[in-house]
Write a protein that binds this ligand. Structure first.
Ligand code: 7GP
Length: 833
């Protein structure tokens, strides 16, 4: 308020209000201005990099005018807002998305052409914003797109990592990690050096009594690190609504910069302190579905959560409302347990700083938070040692103990003398090293808990969280099946398919209401439509084939069946099952006569994905895939019949090229392990079929597209436990086809057999936890069906068209509306323009 311009001077401001370009001329003018002034270059030294920078700055200016208005509108309306807390936002590139969402891509394309550039080349200059690992981070990015597109007043809060997920290089068949320093030039963020929060760590707690004899806690000492806000505008599609993603960066607090040391000439150590502070937001932890319990990770979590809550509370306090209205103004969603400390931090703010009574505060806290679980894998469930907590966040540990005490008292009251239950649901695990179970804390501190696909939500309610269903009742638990944004994953990635669909559905409304896709089902039998569809698919495959040629120097035939599995490398996702299947195919081809071989359906097996740097087995899987490729791709007997490709450094922008080129994609996790999967949705939406297990969202995709349009195989989740048990207590037999694959690997056909000994043993000798041997035969049979059905191209394309027509359910817009209604209780703030 202090900084606002007095009434009499406002006229000048209004007169000069920035409008932003709306046509080609306006765009060109902005690009030239940025080249010449912001970048201090000219038409004599403007390369593609400079042209990208200038175009990006022009669009950034354009976004920021919308952003300002949106924020003013939201502040003025003062209605309930959503805050989405996520340690990961896997955004990918911003410019193409901004152009499309603003409806200005053609303007930019023509403008860049006038200035001497092809828009595709300019788009290709942008570095991905890769602040995430895989599904969880990309989901957060799709959610931001939907929240803005649906005009919800919503903010994302995350960390501004200096290094995103590492860049993957493949050297001699092995993954090598290279740091991803992406901030050299990032026009999509606005540093807010005036928006800072001081965050405390370590120290100790002193208790005193206030004048009424009430005990008050004081967290004292320790160290202070400053959080600085960086804002990233998030444009909605076909709406002026532009939301904010606020990312926090750490730096030494100015109070902390040790001037004493500095003045004493101890310059080096004062700089070292500074670097230590900056370490907090330096790097994204590169693990997907795995927690490693490192102190720096917990520091990241508290730093980000404390800064975000401070911001949210500051905004609420401006409205001068009573505290009990907080949950009417604020909904906070926890993207997995990473931000669970927010529950404790809000309780601390209310009790220690704002002097609310414990129960009143706790009521506010639990009404505010919702918690989304993204995995049942035990190795991914977060636990922190009590000792570490005590050291880093002593006051928070006390509050956790109190939350636990009151919770256990209430359980005891409801279920007297069930001591086993009490120890099972305690937030504190009484193990050798005492641990804080973050998921339990998240459940107890939230009013809703959701899984991300129906099977997954059922599983969490019947397995890992079943005691909590007994205690709180089933209403607290719900399902919100994941979705994807059709703007990026159809319109942006596959513009020609989007255009074809628009031509039959009367425009691009389907991008805002994806159920309108059902209008194309009637064309599944239309020859002309099928032909256009097939041409687009072919063109997308040619584009990928060119990319494969230019990066790997392998020639693939775009007429072959493109079989794609791209996702993080993980034993539960079973890339090993896929590559064993490929080896089987190779051996079978080798055993055939040349004539017979020619009759087989040509196939290109495409893999891509990163392994966590510390995940040895995942790295061996990458190594095997590359070794198999080296043999198969150079075998003159095989030719075009089979090619095996590992695409380096899979990321969001590569996904946008790869996914539209799929004929079939693989989603073959052991049943019950993949919470949802979201790439499965992207692949089908881009006109491919799935080979998959009855797991995660595959089940709902089957329900929507019809079981005749998907290739399902393998063990059902209800049978997994029994099979695992059998493996451990009786000799489990290995299918003869799989044995032959193992023999081929062990014969040294694909490089040093010792390298892959552990991978084979895991299946053959160590209980085959992921059920590769159980599912191998049905996997091969199902792949055979794929070959057969692909030969009938007319029917295949018809199936793809019908599937796309039925994918409306999987829009992240549907998903966000479900969260808004069932969990957040927020309304859109509709803009009349
Ligand atoms: C992933 C799940 O593995 C995937 O099935 C799901 O589609 C995605 O979340 C979005 O809900 N989980 C993670 O990426 C992850 O790291 C552990 O979960 C926190």
């Amino acid at each position: 308020v202090e900084a606002s311009i007095p009434e009499p001077q406002r006229e000048a401001w209004t007169k000069h209000q920035v409008q932003g370009f709306t046509d080609k001329d306006g765009f060109e003018k902005e690009v030239v201005r940025h080249v010449e002034t912001t970048l201090a270059r000219s038409l004599y030294n403007c390369d593609e990099g400079a042209a990208y920078s200038a175009a990006a700055l022009a669009f950034r200016d354009r976004l920021i005018t919308n952003w300002n208005k949106t924020q003013q509108r939201q502040t003025f309306a003062d209605s309930k807002r959503v805050y989405y807390l996520s340690l990961e936002f896997l955004m990918g590139r911003a410019m193409d998305n901004a152009m499309l969402n603003l409806g200005l891509k053609n303007v930019a394309k023509d403008g860049m052409q006038d200035l001497g550039f092809r828009i595709e080349d300019i788009i290709g200059q942008e570095h991905d914003a890769a602040l995430g690992n895989g599904g969880l981070g990309r989901l957060a990015a799709c959610f931001l797109d939907s929240l803005a597109s649906l005009d919800y007043p919503a903010w994302g809060y995350g960390l501004r990592y200096r290094y995103g997920i590492f860049k993957q290089e493949i050297i001699n068949g092995y993954q090598v990690e290279v740091p991803d320093y992406w901030l050299d030039f990032n026009p999509w963020e606005f540093p807010r050096h005036d928006v800072t929060v001081d965050i405390q760590f370590y120290g100790n707690v002193r208790k005193s009594q206030d004048e009424n004899g009430k005990s008050v806690a004081h967290w004292e000492g320790g160290e202070i690190v400053t959080a600085v806000a960086y804002d990233v505008p998030i444009p909605g599609y076909a709406t002026p609504s532009t939301n904010n993603l606020r990312l926090w960066s750490s730096k030494a607090s100015s109070g902390e910069f040790d001037f004493q040391k500095f003045n004493n000439g101890d310059y080096e150590s004062s700089v070292a302190d500074q670097q230590r502070a900056e370490t907090i937001s330096a790097v994204l932890y590169p693990n997907d579905n795995l927690e490693r319990g490192k102190e720096l990770r917990l520091k990241q979590q508290y730093f980000w959560v404390a800064a975000s809550l401070h911001d949210i509370v500051r905004r609420f306090k401006k409205s001068k409302r009573a505290w009990k209205e907080f949950p009417d103004q604020v909904a906070i969603q926890l993207n997995d347990t990473h931000p669970t400390l927010a529950i404790v931090e809000l309780q601390r703010i209310l009790v220690d700083k704002e002097n609310l009574e414990w129960d009143e505060a706790w009521e506010i806290v639990t009404s505010t938070f919702g918690y989304t679980n993204h995995t049942v894998l035990p190795e991914a469930l977060e636990k922190w040692s009590v000792g570490l907590f005590q050291h880093l966040l002593p006051r928070h540990l006390q509050i956790i103990y109190d939350i636990n005490l009151f919770f256990l008292q209430s359980v005891e009251k409801k279920f007297p003398k069930d001591h086993d239950l009490l120890s099972r649901v305690s937030i504190i695990e009484e193990s050798q090293v005492k641990m804080v179970r973050m998921a339990y804390l998240a459940i107890i501190g939230s009013h809703k808990v959701n899984g991300v696909a129906e099977l997954h939500s059922d599983l969490i309610q019947t397995t890992i969280f079943r005691d909590f269903v007994t205690i709180f009742g089933a209403d607290k638990f719900t399902n919100v099946t994941n979705g994807i944004t059709p703007r990026r994953w159809l319109h942006q990635a596959n513009p020609r398919l989007s255009e074809l669909i628009a031509s039959k559905t009367g425009g691009y409304d389907f991008l805002k209401d994806l159920t309108l896709l059902n209008q194309i089902e009637q064309y599944a039998g239309d020859k002309e439509f099928r032909k256009e569809w097939a041409e687009i698919k072919y063109a997308n495959k040619v584009r990928l084939a060119k990319y494969i040629k230019s990066t790997l120097d392998v020639t693939v035939n775009p007429a072959a069946l493109f079989d794609v599995q791209v996702k993080r490398i993980h034993e539960y996702k079973r890339q090993q099952l896929n590559i064993f299947g490929v080896i089987h195919r190779y051996l079978a081809l080798k055993a055939m006569s040349p004539e017979e071989r020619k009759k087989q359906l040509p196939r290109v097996s495409i893999f891509g994905g990163k392994a966590a740097p510390g995940y040895w087995m995942a790295k061996q899987i990458i190594h095997l895939i590359n070794n198999v490729g080296a043999v198969v791709n150079n075998d003159p007997d095989i030719g075009d019949q089979l090619k095996v490709i590992f695409l380096e450094d899979y990321n969001v922008s590569k996904a946008e090229m790869i996914i539209p080129a799929n004929d079939i994609s693989e989603h073959i996790s052991t049943a019950g392990t993949e919470a949802s999967g979201t790439s499965n949705m992207k692949f089908v939406l881009n006109g491919g079929l799935i080979i998959g297990t009855c797991d995660g969202a595959n089940i709902e995709i089957t329900r929507e597209v019809g079981q005749e349009n998907i290739f399902l195989f393998g063990t059902l989740s209800e049978d997994v436990e029994d099979l695992r048990h059998q493996h451990n207590y009786s000799n489990h037999s290995i299918d003869s086809n799989l044995s032959k694959v193992f023999e081929a690997i062990q014969s040294g056909k694909f490089g040093e057999p010792n390298d892959f000994g552990a991978m084979i043993s895991a299946v053959r000798d160590h209980g085959d936890y992921y059920l590769v041997s159980d599912d191998f035969e049905s996997y091969l049979d199902t792949q055979k069906m794929v070959d057969t059905e692909y030969r009938n191209q007319d029917e295949w394309i018809a199936k793809c068209i019908r599937s796309v027509a039925r994918m409306g359910f999987f829009s992240s817009d549907r998903c966000i509306n479900e969260y808004a209604e069932g969990i957040w209780n927020v309304e859109p703030l509709v803009v009349k323009n």
